[in-house]
Structure formats: structure tokens, C-alpha cells
Design a protein around this ligand. Structure first.
Ligand code: ADP
Ligand code: ADP
Length: 218
């Protein structure tokens, strides 16, 4: 089974939701660039303060900062058996840097890229209804995946909040940024023969089944 996995897809497609389950099923870490940025924002580190300037406007954090952060993370020992990357790479420069990182770490190359596709109107409903847990970033939705108790994470009991970048005005900018900067990676990975096209416009469990079936063929 493939072990260097990159989740691709527009904001709100369900990458994080699926990546968390995949990581548990495959026994390898889930590394989310967005979660790492948000953790740094919460702790008000220099990285967090810098990243917030871009994130709250729905723009991408500069490549050099993002690449250094992910390079440090995936070189840790817990990623030795593989990783589920979620939210990285997002630009051609980041994709090339990832190939280089994996080569330097003797990890071969990206094995599989499930690309979760969802129409834009569905994305907007998913993003504006998303609620995220303060402690661990567990993901809920007010309509599609409501918590048992409103405003409270089912898993760790922490507060659920609406991300500042999940408001209607920022969301449309993020979808534009995805189309311009990240969508070209679909071709990049297709040319490498590792792209797995996944229909994300179906219930969460059905999307997971489709991803697992596609991965078992890699
Ligand atoms: P989404 O749920 O929209 O996929 P993420 O949590 O992955 O969002 O990312 C939130 C924000 O963090 C992005 O809009 C961007 O500002 C920043 N970010 C995350 N990953 C990257 C990356 N690989 N490169 C640049 N910026 C990033
Ligand atoms: P991404 O990481 O791609 O930005 P998320 O996994 O955070 O996306 O999902 C965005 C929102 O949509 C969340 O509120 C999540 O609960 C919800 N969601 C995810 N997958 C589905 C699905 N298949 N059907 C309905 N809602 C979903």
C-alpha cells in the first residue's frame, strides 16, 4: 500500500476529514499545513504571527516559509513509515520541493494523490458551515456532521469555533487562489502517474470507501 500520500482538492472538499481517518487506518501521521499554521497562530509564535497576515485574507503563506515548516515536520522519526499530507503542496514550487525532500530523506517519491473533487457551490456550503475544534482541529459541520452537543467537540470536549477564513468573503478568494495556484498540480501528478480522481460530492463514508479502493490498487 502506498505510504507517501498527498491529499489534493479545493478548500472544503473534505481533505482533512478523509486524511484523519486514512492516517488512523494506515498507521501513519496526518500532517496538515493549515493545522500547523493554526497551532502557531494560537501560540503566537513568530511563524504564527507572520502566517496570520496571509491566512486571514485567504492568501497563501509564502513558499519558503511553508516549505521549511513541512520539511522539518516530515523529517521527524514518526514519518519514517509514511505520511498523509493535507494542504501541502499547494504550488508548483512546493510540489518540486516535496519531491526533493523525499529524495533527500530516501523515501522515494509521492506514491498516491487522491484528488477530491467537489462543485464550487457545495464547497461554499461546506466551508461556511465548518466548525473546528480548538484543541486538536477535529472537523465538524453544522448540517452535514453536527457534533452531539452544539459547540463542543465529540472527541475531546473542547470548544468548536468558526475559522476566521471560513467566512463568505474570504472563502471565494480561497477558491480563486486554489484554481490559479494549486489546480495545476493535478496535471503534475497525473504526469507522474499517481493521481487518483475521487468524487467528493457524496457522503463522507462513501468518499472514504472510494479512496481506500483507489489506494489498494496502487
Ligand atoms: P482548507 O481547509 O481551505 O484546505 P487549510 O487549513 O489547508 O485550508 O489552509 C488554511 C490556510 O493556510 C490557507 O488558506 C493558506 O493561507 C494557508 N496554507 C495552508 N497550507 C498552505 C500551503 N501549503 N502553502 C501556503 N499556504 C498554506
Ligand atoms: P478541507 O480539508 O478539504 O478544507 P474539510 O475536511 O475540513 O475540508 O471539510 C470541510 C467541511 O465539509 C467540514 O465542515 C466537514 O465536516 C464537511 N465535509 C467533509 N466531507 C464531507 C462530505 N463528504 N459531505 C458533507 N460534508 C462534508
Amino acid at each position: 500500500m502506498a505510504k507517501q500520500i498527498v491529499m489534493l482538492g479545493p478548500p472544503g472538499a473534505g481533505k482533512g476529514t478523509q486524511a484523519k481517518v486514512l492516517s488512523e487506518k494506515l498507521g501513519i501521521p496526518h500532517v496538515s499545513s493549515g493545522d500547523i499554521f493554526r497551532e502557531n497562530m494560537r501560540e503566537q509564535t513568530e511563524l504564527g504571527k507572520n502566517a496570520a497576515l496571509y491566512i486571514n485574507r485567504g492568501e497563501l503563506v509564502p513558499d519558503d516559509v511553508t516549505i521549511a515548516m513541512i520539511s522539518e515536520r516530515i523529517s521527524r522519526i514518526d514519518c519514517d513509515e509514511g505520511v498523509v499530507l493535507d494542504g501541502f503542496p499547494r504550488t508548483a514550487t512546493q510540489a518540486e520541493a516535496l519531491d526533493e525532500m523525499l529524495g533527500d530523506l530516501n523515501k522515494g517519491q509521492v506514491d498516491a494523490v487522491p484528488c477530491v473533487d467537489v462543485p464550487n457551490d457545495v464547497l461554499i456550503d461546506r466551508l461556511t458551515g465548518r466548525r473546528t475544534c480548538r484543541a486538536e482541529g477535529h472537523i465538524f459541520h453544522i448540517m452535514f456532521k453536527p457534533p452531539q452537543e452544539a459547540g463542543k467537540c465529540d472527541i475531546d470536549g473542547s470548544e468548536l469555533y468558526q475559522r476566521e477564513d471560513d467566512t463568505v468573503s474570504t472563502v471565494s478568494n480561497r477558491i480563486d487562489v486554489y484554481q490559479k495556484q494549486t489546480q495545476p498540480l493535478i496535471d503534475y501528478y497525473q504526469q507522474q502517474g499517481v493521481l487518483l480522481e475521487i468524487n467528493g460530492d457524496q457522503p463522507i463514508e462513501a468518499v472514504l470507501d472510494e479512496i481506500m479502493t483507489a489506494l489498494s490498487g496502487v
